[in-house]
Design a protein around this ligand. Sequence first.
Ligand code: NAP
Length: 276
Amino acid sequence: MKTSILIVGTGNMGSSLTKGLLRSEFAKDISISIFDLHKDKVAALANSFDVNPLQNLSCDRRTEDVIILCIKPQDLAVVSSDLSGKISDQTLIISILAGITTDDVAEQFVFAGPIVRTMPNIAAMVGTAATAMCHNRACQEAHKLLAEKIFSSIGEASWIHESLMDAVTGLSGSGPAYIYMVIEALTDGGVKMGIPRDLSLKLSTQTVLGSALLVKSTNTHPAILRDQVTTPGGTTINAIHELESHGLRAMLISAVATATEKSRELREKRQSQKKS
Ligand SMILES: NC(=O)c1ccc[n+]([C@@H]2O[C@H](COP(=O)([O-])OP(=O)(O)OC[C@H]3O[C@@H](n4cnc5c(N)ncnc54)[C@H](OP(=O)(O)O)[C@@H]3O)[C@@H](O)[C@H]2O)c1
């Protein structure tokens, strides 16, 4: 029997997950239903992929094995009330909502079953997301395996303790924005030195991609790889000196710490608003 998955919200992340799942090896074992308030988004996916487009969430959804919430945090109350009383306590609820805890989901859905909270990133759109996942106590091995299969279809997925979710938001959730700034700045550096902009962007992008791939594929610490390309008295060590004197590493460490704090602050504010 196929695993039935309902994806609620087919924006950037929901559509990436739908496509990733249906392109993965897991595709033959699943059936996917999708729902979004925007019928055009649902229709666009249904035209190209083998999914079951839903007109609304009014029917009983007790047969769903998994429900993946891909809506914005502020829409959780509406979706949970739409689904309230219509799901089984055996269904695995997966949330990708930033700042929403497994307890928040349980409370909103009045649900005592398995819940997995995840933080993917925008690279899900090209199947290379970095996703961190945590789970509540009701999750069993089979639920965890299911979540791993789902998020492996859009990149790499790792389990963490829920207390680290704000830090993950600051690192890999917001991280693509930091790297876009690096690519942009490297491109401007090339342009300053006379390289045409389109070629400079191409070289910068491929440099970031290739460098990351080398760390990953060789499983070598980046400091070792950096030393390997740093000839004594050469060009690279001069550039490294410049980067160090402007505090590149300290800046990036602070960026992750600041984004983590902001994530924590927003979560705590939301929770205190809920209580008052
Ligand atoms: N984008 C990222 O890089 C990223 C990374 C990690 C986690 N996340 C999380 O992923 C979630 C989705 O982000 P996204 O970028 O995919 O957002 P998005 O593109 O805005 O997609 C959300 C979709 O859900 C629809 N929606 C709203 N209320 C609904 C309802 N009651 N029933 C069904 N569909 C509804 C939205 O319609 P409307 O546009 O009309 O509201 C929209 O089409 C967020 O909670 C975010 O925290 C995003």
